[in-house]
Ligand binder design. Structure first.
Ligand code: TXA
Ligand code: MG
Length: 358
């Protein structure tokens, strides 16, 4: 891939400069790629109506062709033009309650959408992000914006503009920097095309919150992050190892004290074999590790009592452990409830087969 110059703009997250948004919007309209902040993670945007621009997203990320993109809109009024038929009442209700915000809705796709966006599926994923820069950019572009997370495929999603530049600097036209993403994990993806609403990916809007509004809602097989045995998962993105740091990650789940005990034991084993070890722990259990000074990198990702803070810290913590050059990451599991389910989904998928229950 030929290197290009990546323009970098730093913006006020609350009142972004309209002139910068106008310039970035023009880049999108002309088929360029612009990375931008959202409340969940940074996205890599292209005009959803431009098949060539969308194809470049797949190219620069190294994304598998069969993994469709989320189309981002600046307001609920844009939904009707992107779906086939009427907007279902359930969708309208969820939009009213949760947009703008970290909820992506899968609906029947309007026929004019390029197949590159939907990966040839008859459905489209739609989201209105809750970030003034994202909303201003989409409005300035004047087109719906297809955007996956702005990372190289398989790597942890970017929660800062720095992460974006690490992965995609020199490959995309521009990056808008508005500081760290508040939520830190990608949106909840909810499929409304079947008989029962199905959570394809847990995120900032929890199953508990959705159940309160919808009555019945199910977790798709694999959405907890456990390896998906189905030959054709509903969300193509579920079948790949994902969110993964470079070092292999071993996840230990169970009672917090026992988890810490097992991780300390594993760490000693790796140290004895001369490996550099990284540990991902929470505030409650971090003091339990009494390991040789200087030979273990301990990264604390918030408190177990506050899964939202863990979510916000998680991807940055994984990237930090990579930057420290560890050979292996030993990660503590947490309770898969509320936003904790989204955290565990990302950790389990980063671990792949390497999950131990104690
Ligand atoms: O928070 C987010 O959702 C971020 C920000 C940038 O908005 N975006 C994001 O995009 O996480 P991406 O591409 O990394 O993840 C999109 C997920 C994938 O798992 C994909 O398979 C699924 O949504 N998806 C997209 N379109 C779909 C469809 N029509 N049916 C089922 N799943 C779909
Ligand atoms: Mg992604």
């Amino acid at each position: 891939m030929k290197a290009i110059e990546t323009l970098y703009w730093s913006l006020d997250p609350v009142r972004p400069d309209p002139q910068v948004l106008a310039r970035a919007g023009k880049i999108l309209r002309r088929g360029g790629l612009v990375a931008f902040p959202t409340e969940t993670v940074y996205g890599l945007g292209a005009s959803a109506l431009d098949p060539r621009a969308v194809a470049r997203i797949f190219e620069v990320k190294g994304r598998p062709q069969d993994n469709p993109l989320i189309v981002h809109v600046a307001g609920p009024g844009e939904v009707a033009g992107l779906v086939e038929g009427e907007v279902p009442p359930q969708a309208s209700l969820l939009i009213k309650l949760f947009w703008p915000g970290p909820l992506t809705l899968v609906l029947p796709a309007a026929p004019h959408l390029p197949p590159q966006v939907t990966a040839g599926l008859p459905t489209v994923a739609l989201r209105m992000p809750a970030h003034p820069v994202a909303l201003g950019l989409i409005a300035a572009a004047g087109v719906p914006v297809a955007a996956p997370s702005a990372n190289l495929s398989g790597r942890p999603s970017p929660t800062t503009a720095q992460h974006v530049l690490e992965d995609l600097g020199g490959r995309i036209e521009a990056v808008l920097d508005a500081g760290p993403a508040a939520i830190g994990l990608e949106s909840t993806v909810l499929d409304l095309t079947g008989p029962v609403p199905l959570i394809l990916r847990p995120g900032g809007i929890t199953p508990e919150e959705l159940a309160e509004v919808l009555g019945e809602v199910r977790l798709a097989p694999g959405a907890g992050g456990e390896p998906c045995a189905l030959p054709r998962p509903r969300s193509p993105g579920m079948k790949y190892r994902h969110y993964a740091p470079r070092a292999p990650l071993l996840l230990v789940e169970g009672d917090p004290q026992r988890v810490a005990g097992r991780i300390a034991e594993l760490a000693r084993g790796y140290l004895a074999r001369g490996k550099a070890v990284g540990i991902l722990a929470y505030e409650e259990t971090a003091p339990l590790y009494r390991l040789p000074e200087g030979r273990v990198s301990l990264v604390v990702a918030g408190s177990r009592d506050n899964p939202r803070a863990v979510a916000a810290a998680l991807f940055g913590a994984l990237r930090r452990l990579d930057a420290l050059g560890v050979d292996v990451i030993l990660a503590e599991g947490m309770e898969p409830r509320g936003v904790g389910l989204a955290v565990m989904n990302r950790l389990r998928r980063a671990a792949g087969e390497n999950v131990e229950k104690v």
